[in-house]
Ligand binder design. Structure first.
Ligand code: SF4
Length: 296
């Protein structure tokens, strides 16, 4: 399968982008693996004609928005993000009516229809820098309330209003004080994603996006990785001489829907095509490009 994928990729001038949470077999055939920001930048800069996006829907939508003339496909049609689905355009419009003075900052884990209503988008890697760059003191921030809290703690001079209150990712919000205790007994440092609850962030040694984890991992030999479990596999691949412990139940089921067979079939049949209304793409593109300009 890997050989067939390589041949088809060449024939069709395709690029395979995979998120850090994808199955190892999928990461192995990807041209680029990374976090949401890194994948957005890769999608914007690629010269390929066909982008095969191995991740969840909002990520493939972002790739399409940044490359409207290119064909962007997802190997499975129903890989979504339950966090992104917690926020609707109606919620944003209602919050804007209540707080007309506020800027709207949306985490990249949001639907294209929501991004079209944002002033600027952010990822977990650049959320603090994005909010800091704004002139507004009040910010409507969604959909992840744990990331909103992280931004608030880093920028106490701003007022961050989580939208919706309590928005969360089920994978990251299941990390508990018992996980911290177990990690402390085992030894090594704890590195956690800012989508984890505030008490886990407070107990961790380092808080980082998945891209940040790749950079931070040089700082110790043993790590307890508090994010989706495949991140530990990716870190081990990059740093084979270090130890990374994952929480085996921290699984994003939508990220695991894409298999190697799906990638091959997607390349053969060029499915499933991502399509979005032109006006939504145009407005969302402005918000994403403003983020890319801030984060460099
Ligand atoms: S890990 Fe959480 S935020 Fe990331 S895609 Fe899965 S459900 Fe969405």
């Amino acid at each position: 399968m890997k050989e067939k994928i390589a041949t088809l990729k060449k024939e069709k001038n395709a690029v395979i982008l995979a998120h850090n949470y994808q199955l190892p077999e999928v990461q192995d055939v990807a041209d680029f693996t990374g976090d949401s920001l890194q994948l957005a930048v890769q999608a914007k800069e690629t010269t390929a004609d066909l982008i095969v996006f191995c991740g969840v829907l909002f990520m493939a939508e972002t790739a399409k928005i940044l490359n409207p003339s290119k064909k962007v496909i997802m190997p499975v049609s129903d890989a979504g993000c339950p966090l992104a689905d917690q926020l609707t355009p109606e919620m944003i419009l209602a919050a804007k009516a209540e707080h007309p003075e506020a800027a709207v900052v949306l985490y990249v884990n949001s639907t294209a229809a929501c991004k079209a209503l944002a002033d600027i988008v952010c990822t977990s890697a650049n959320a603090v820098a994005v909010v800091e760059s704004l002139a507004e003191d009040t910010v409507l921030f969604g959909p992840d309330s744990n990331l909103a809290g992280y931004v608030q703690r880093n920028l106490p001079e701003k007022t961050i209003i989580p939208l919706p209150p309590g928005g969360h990712c089920y994978v990251h919000s299941e990390f508990t004080a018992e996980d911290v205790e177990e990690a402390r007994r085992r030894g090594g440092r704890i590195i956690c994603h800012p989508e984890c609850p505030a008490e886990i962030q407070a107990a961790a040694d380092v808080i980082a996006s998945t891209g940040g984890m790749v950079r931070e991992a040089t700082g110790a030999r043993v790590w307890n990785v508090f994010t989706e479990k495949e991140m530990a596999w990716r870190l081990k691949k990059i740093y084979p001489d270090r130890t990374f412990y994952a929480k085996e139940s921290a699984v994003c089921h939508d990220m695991k829907k894409t298999t190697l067979a799906d990638v091959l079939r997607a390349l053969e049949e060029e499915e499933y095509d991502i399509t979005l209304p032109g006006d939504v793409m145009e407005r969302a593109r402005g918000a994403i490009e403003r983020m890319i300009a801030v984060s460099g």
